[in-house]
Design a protein around this ligand. Sequence first.
Ligand code: C2E
Ligand code: CA
Ligand code: CA
Length: 742
Amino acid sequence: VTLSAILALLVAAIMIASLLFWSATRTDGLAFQRQAQLVDQVVAGQEPRVNRMVEPFTTLAEIASEVRKPAPDLQMIDGALGTWAYTTSGMEEAYILSDKDQPIYMMIEGRHVALSSFASVRDTVMPMVRALRSMMFDPKKHLVGNYLTPGVVDYVIIHGHPAFVIVKPIVPLYSEIPGVGRSKIKFTGKPGTEYVYILVKRMDEKSLLMTKLREEHLYQHVRFSWTDKTRRGEGAHPIKSPRTGRVIGYYIWETFKPGSIVLKDMMLPLLGALLVVSLVTSFLLRRIRRSTIELQASEAQAKHLAFHDVLTGLPNRALFEDRLDRALARARRHPDQKVALLCLDVDRFKQVNDTLGHPAGDELIREIARRLSEVIRDTDTVARLGGDEFAIIQTGIRSRGDITALCKRVLKTVSDPFDIMGSQVFVGMSIGVARAGTDGFERTELARKADIALYHAKADGRGRHSIFTDSMDMTVQVRRRIEQDLRVALEKGDELRVYYQPTYDSISKAVAGVEALVRWQHPTDGLICPTLFIPIAEECGLIEPLGEWVLKEACTAALHWPIGTISVNVSAVQLRNPLFAQRALRIVHATGLEPTRLELEITETAFMDNADQCEQNIKALRAAGVRIALDDFGTGYSSLNHLHTFQVDRLKIDRSFIMGIQNSSSGSAIVRAIIDLARSSGLQVTAEGVETKEQSQFLCSIGCDAMQGYFMSRPVTHEMANEMLGVDRNILAFAPPHSRVA
Ligand code: C2E
Ligand code: CA
Ligand code: CA
C-alpha cells in the first residue's frame, strides 16, 4: 500500500509538473509567436511611413524637372530628397538614378559621396530599379497600395548593413477630380525612362526601427544578428526579403516568457502543496498501516480463537480435525510415515471439579495441557477436544514401541501430583489409541476406534493405555445390537425376568431375604448375563426404566413371601437422577410393600460421581424407611471414607475377598478387618459369593451377619423362589440346592 501510494503520488506529481511545464512552454511559444509577428509588423510598417514621407517630394513637378537638368541644383535636391531625409528621418543613404540608370546624386549619412561609389550597391539595387521601371509600363500597377506612385520595397544588405530599401519614380502628379478622386501620375515621357529615387534605411542597432522596438514595444535587449545564434532567454526571428524570400539576418531579443514566469511563481506554492499532500498522505498511510497492523493482529487473534481452546491455548477440535486430516493424507501418500491418534481422558477429573470447585478444575486442565505439550514432539499435535478430553496426533512413528513410549510418557507425567490452589491433587489418564493405516485412513473412523480403545482402557481399570484391535470393534458392534434389542425387550416386557437369590442368617441359618437379579432371555442369543447388558443399559439411558421395572417386579413378588428383606440393585446412574428417590418410593407404595422391607444395593461408584445427588436420594429413601446396602464392598477406590460420609445400613463384602479366604491367611485377615470395621460402625455385614462349606464356617466364626452364595443357593426363578419360600423355608437352610440351580 505504501509503495503504491508513493508511486501514485510520484506519478501525479510528475504528471502535474509535466503538464505545467508543457503549458508554460506552450504559452511561451505563443508569446514568442506574437512578438515575432509584432516585429514583422513593425518592419513592414516602415513602408507606408517612408512612402508618405517621400512621395510629396518625388511627385513634385519642380523636383522632376530639376533632376533632369544637366547640372541640377544640389541644394534643392538635398532639401527635398537627400540630406533632409537623413536629418529628419534617419534615412542613411539616398541615390538618384537617371533614365539611363546612371547615378546623378548620392548621399550617405548626410554627406555627398562620389558618384562612382554607386558601383558598390548597383548589383543590389538594380533588380529593384528594373522592377519599378516595368511597373511603370502597366498603368494598373501605378496605384498599388494607397500611394501616389508605384514603388518597390525590399530588405537587403547595403554597405554591410541590413537595410530597408525603397525605390520610387520621380514623376509629377496632377489632380483629376480635386477633393474626391485620386491623384494621377502625370508622366509625359516614355515609361521606363523615369528618373528613380532610391532611399536606404538601415535596420541594425542604432536604427529607428530598433528604437521603436525597444521603446514603443518594450523589447528587451533587442539586437541584429547575421545568424540565429541566441543566448539564454533570447529568441531569434528572421528578416526575410519580401521580394526574394532571402533571409538577410535575424532580430534577436530577450523573449518575454509569461509561461515560465507563471511557472516560476507557482513553483513555491506548488512545492508547498506537494509537501502538504505528501505529509497528509504519509500521515494517512501511517494511520492505515497502524490500523492494518491492528486489524491483522485482531484477525490473527480471531483466527487463533477460532482454532484454539481458550482455557489451555491448545488447538481445539476444529484445528485438531484439520491437522488429523492432513496427517492422514500424508500417511496415505507415504506409508512409511505412520500416524497414530491418541484419545485421552482424565481419570477422576470430576472429583476434583466437585470437591475443589470449577476454578480448580480449570487450573488442573491447564496444567495437564502444559504437561502434555511437554511430552510430545514438535511434529505431534496435542488438542483439547472439550471437558477433560484431550487428543494427540502422533506422527513419524517407526514401530509400535514409539506409541507405547509416548503413552507411558503421558501416563507418567499425569500421574505426578498436581499442585492446585494449595492442595495436592492426584489424577490419572486413560488413553485409547488407533493407528492410521492399520485402523483406516478416515478421520471419523480412526476417532471412533480410538474412542473404543479408550473405553477399553477405562474398563480395564483406567490409568492405562489401550491400542485398538478389531476384536474391540466387535464388542462395540455387539453392544450396539444389545442396546437395540434391550430397547425392544423393555417395550415388550416378556424377555426380561427377575431371578431371586436368598441370603441366609449366619446364626439361625434361615433365609433372611432375597436379592432380585435381572435376567434376559434373548430370543436368539439365549440367556444374557446382567454383567453384560447392565453397563450397556447404563450408557444408553435404559437403566432407569429397567431398574424401575425390576423394582416393581421384586416388590410385588416379595409382598407374599415370608421374608424380612427384598434386596434390589440400583445403578449409580439411577442415583444421579434427583428424582430417583421420589420415583422409587412411588413404585414401592404402588405395590403395597412396606418400605422397611426394601433394601437397595448401591455400589461405591455412586458416591464417586455426583455425590450430592446421590446423598440427597439416599437421605430421602432412608427417611422413608428404606435401607441401603453398600454392594461389592472393597473393590472401590476409597471405600472406608464413604462409610462416614453416607449413611448405609449394610456392607456386602465382595466375592473376591470371600474367594481369598481359602488360599491365604492374608485374605482371611482382610475379611476379618472389614467385619470388625463394620461392627464398630454399627453396620450389618453380608458375605457375597460363598461357595464352600469352609468359607461359610469361617464367616460364621468371625461374626459375619449374613451369607449369600452358590453354596446355599443360586439365583432362582420366581416360581422356584415361591416354592422355596412357601414350602418350608427352614429346612432349605444350608442344603446345597443342586436341584434348584438357576
Ligand atoms: P451383584 O449385585 O454383586 O450380584 C451378585 C452376583 O454374584 C450375581 O450375578 C450372582 O449370580 C452372583 N453370585 C452369587 N453367588 C455367587 C457365588 O457363590 N459364586 C459366584 N461365582 N457368583 C455368585 P448376576 O446375577 O450375574 O449379576 C451380576 C451383577 O449384575 C450384579 O452383581 C449386579 O451388579 C448387576 N445386576 C443384576 N441385576 C440387576 C438389576 O436389576 N439392577 C442393577 N442395577 N444391577 C443388576
Ligand atoms: Ca447385589
Ligand atoms: Ca455384589
